[in-house]
Design a protein around this ligand. Structure first.
Ligand code: GDP
Length: 408
């Protein structure tokens, strides 16, 4: 007979330690491990061409993540679909490595008929969820590759009116799948009053259509400064942004900005635009929060909806052979999409590794070239010196001979 498990009623009392034990090092252990592993972040940018998406990303990360855009050749073809392009960059600041992935969506809103422009973008976000779900369901779950989108910066054109139907459609379709961060693009072309009323009309539209945009959470146990900072960020939404990496001299400091006949709009000046608040939230204070929300809320919701719908489909299939065929076709399409997303992730990784290798060998070559140049310069100086000495010594013929010999 099994012995019954004894349940001992234990009240947990806090204990005072008599000396150093060592678990207070835990935060440091976590910190060191994270530094070693590096961080990873995926941002999507959506908005019509020319709204300043690439400029803003380069300004945010203070480096040329986006390559210079080649001017497009005029063509008679009319592209009709939204493209999805991925750029990956490894950046490092004070020894902390960040693998940054930018997903661009060229073509969004650029065509005469923009109906369903949101669809390929939503499909891409969901395919990334699927790729993650598939990895989670594998027997070997070590080293999951997370290609999920952690934030989507949506560029609203600076019309000064209100949201357009395409903006509302996009945000309503996407808000339950991604952290939406709407920004007013190129806000330097609007006056302060125009920005104020534009912002309030946008917020009214967002509330009216029940669109959920990302807002930093306010926790009661945060310190007063953090709470105030988060409140300021929320009050500034949707952020009016200006992008530029052009330096200008204002007084005795260098600033990044855009020059007008009446003065310079400074990107990093909170009195000129909300760029600093966007950067604060996206990079400095809420990057982890955005990733957590993606994993714990958005992905979790998608995952459970998916599981429920496949259970329902399974139970229906036993009754209806036609829907079974349909389901099989759907599953096949889904599998293909998943494979595509996975292959894309692996491809991006490989391209990135190759780029790093190439950069390394370029650096090596440059170093060698520099070394050789320095050596040649030294030789030249020595030779000149010897020639001078020989000329002073007055031994005809000798220096030229030596010189020639040297150059052979
Ligand atoms: P993208 O097609 O959305 O990536 O747009 P780009 O970043 O290539 O910018 C298109 C043009 O707008 C370029 O000439 C930029 O210099 C300019 N631009 C970018 N950001 C701003 C901004 O904040 N204000 C103004 N006035 N122009 C900008």
């Amino acid at each position: 007979m099994d012995t019954p498990v004894q349940i001992i009623d234990q009240t947990i009392t806090p204990r005072q330690l008599k000396g150093f034990v060592g678990f207070s090092n835990l935060p440091r252990q976590v910190h060191n491990k994270s530094i070693k592993k590096g961080f990873q972040f995926t941002v999507m940018v959506v908005g019509e061409s020319g709204l300043g998406k690439s400029t803003l990303i380069n300004t945010l990360f203070n480096t040329s993540i986006y390559p210079n855009k080649e001017p497009k050749e005029p063509t008679n073809e009319t592209p009709k679909t939204v493209d999805i392009q991925t750029i990956t960059a490894d950046i490092e600041e004070n020894g902390v490595k960040l693998k940054l992935t930018i997903i661009d969506t060229p073509g969004f809103g650029d065509y005469i008929n923009n109906e369903n422009s949101w669809q390929p973008i939503l499909e891409n976000i969901e395919a990334r969820f699927d790729a993650y779900l598939e990895q989670e369901n594998r027997v070997n779950r070590k080293r999951l590759i997370d290609t999920r989108v952690h934030a989507c910066v949506y560029f609203i054109p600076p019309t000064g009116h209100s949201l357009r139907p395409i903006d509302i459609e996009f945000m309503t379709r996407l808000h339950h799948r991604v952290n939406l961060i709407p920004v007013i693009a190129k806000s330097d072309i609007l006056s302060d009053e125009e920005i104020k009323s534009f912002k309030s009309r946008i917020l009214e539209d967002i509330a009216y259509h029940n669109i959920q945009i990302y807002q930093p959470p306010i926790y009661d146990n945060d310190d007063a400064e953090t709470i105030q900072e988060n409140k300021d960020i929320i009050l500034s939404m949707p952020f009016c942004v200006v992008g530029s990496d052009k330096p200008f001299k204002v007084g005795n400091k260098n600033v990044r900005g855009r020059k007008y006949p009446w003065g310079i709009i400074e990107v990093d000046n909170p009195e000129h635009c909300d760029f600093v608040k966007l950067r604060q939230m996206l990079i400095r204070t809420h990057m982890e929060e955005l990733k957590e929300y993606t994993n714990e809320v958005l992905y979790e919701k998608y995952r459970s909806q998916k599981l429920i719908s496949s259970e329902v489909a399974n139970s229906n299939d036993t009754l209806n052979p036609l829907s079974q065929l349909d389901e099989e076709r759907r599953k096949h399409e889904l599998k293909m999409k998943k494979m595509e997303a996975e292959m894309k992730a692996v491809f991006d990784q490989k391209v990135h590794e190759k780029e790093t290798k190439l950069k390394q060998s370029e650096d090596d070559l440059l170093a060698k070239y520099k070394e050789m140049k320095e050596k040649l310069e030294m030789d030249r100086i020595n030779l000149q010196e010897r020639r001078r000495q020989a000329e002073r010594g007055g031994r005809p013929g000798t220096p030229e001979k030596k010189g020639r010999k040297f150059f052979k």
